[in-house]
Design a binder for this molecule. Sequence first.
Ligand code: NDP
Ligand code: 2IT
Length: 451
Amino acid sequence: MKDQKDRLEALRADIERRNPAQPEFHQAVREVLETLAPVFAARPEYADPAVALVERLTEPERQILFRVPWQDDRGRVHVNRGYRVEFNSALGPYKGGLRFHPSVDIGVVKFLGFEQIFKNALTGLGIGGGKGGSDFDPHGKSDAEVMRFCQSFMTELHRHIGEHTDVPAGDIGVGGREIGYLFGQYRRITNRWEAGVLTGKGQGWGGSAIRPQATGYGSVLFAAEMLAVRGEALDGLSAVVSGSGNVALYTIEKLQRLGANPLTCSDSEGYVVDDKGIDLALLKQIKEVERGRVSEYAARRGSSARFVSGGRVWDVPADVAFPSATQNELEARDARALVAGGVKAVSEGANMPTTPEAVRILQEAGVAFGPGKAANAGGVAVSALEMAQNAGRVAWSEQRVEDELAGIMRSIHTVAHETAERYGAPGDYVVGANIAGFERVADAMLAQGVI
Ligand code: NDP
Ligand code: 2IT
């Protein structure tokens, strides 16, 4: 075990040296490597330096970086960067979202792509790991500007993707509108109706029922599974949710359907707390229809709600918490605030929202902690179901997709829970999810030879 720890530590140092100035990627790799020592001790074939399995797993198969020029409504030309990191295809075509946000750089895309490998493995479906995006900021842009940007982005990206090669979807800043423009340009350039090249499409033209809801619904289902192990249920519990985008909105919806009371939402300017519980119809109108800010929700809701500029939702005491905005949004002091407020479970709808120190604080306080790789896998799982429907040229009913999603989330919970027990860390879903995802990818890589 000591030897394994030393080898992993040397590997980690080497990865940081070879990938300078990529702190999010370092963080994601460190967090996985830290949990692998027991599986290396039990299965020496994974750790054999002569096979260099971890070295291969942490090096993307391919990284694509390109210029994206586009014109604004006044005719001015802007230049953004486009990225697609095709990280690992041992289990299937590269699969993962596109993020449009000013903070996107190669380190962010690599952290997301690396996480995606294990998340996708956990779904049990045939999808590899990838991620992409751009430093383009869709906030404040007209529909026509977003369309021209998406068309320019796809004009380069199209040569690298395909239903059997690499299948992007949405992430921060990329939703149904952007997927529509991207799909239109792909179809025009290739002259192919290749529905399975992108997921998150509109339901009238190849999209799956429940895909917009899937990540948020899945994150709540995962929390329900964690609570059930402790003999508890969501019904009657209060909840804090961060973010107000795709994942947050449908987390709130599912919580309400299961009888819980979500009290908050947020954006990069601050948060809203609503003592009566979030009015989801109003929030959806502001976010999905008007593309507005959460401060407008407080202004329109009346006396039960207030907007806290610059604050974080974790200061509001609640039974369960759902970080659903972005990476590193829940830090040590936030974890302490949640624990002081009596939180029982935290389920990560976002990718890597909880810092390592905050995870430790929550776990040491006995809080059930569902890491994003497991808890937010419902989105990509329904994307894989969308690919299956596209391949068969069929559309499944809402009920069927919802049942499949529930089954997949249950099975991810079971596998993470059982794997943690098997490796001597009962109740630690971080260990369970990392090892279970790793084993599936590692076995496929070993079987497929040195590539
Ligand atoms: P959206 O773009 O729909 O919403 C993002 C939300 O997070 C917005 O409220 C946004 O506020 C806020 N946010 C984004 N960046 C920051 C930041 N740097 N600081 C503070 N707030 C921020 O994205 P999604 O809901 O799709 O994604 C949210 C998270 O869920 C991400 O971590 C994503 O990777 C993850 N995820 C998404 C999946 C999906 O299917 N969409 C699947 C699995 C995980 P503002 O408008 O002010 O920027
Ligand atoms: O982080 C994620 O899992 C996503 N953004 C969804 C990826 C997908 O291909 O549906």
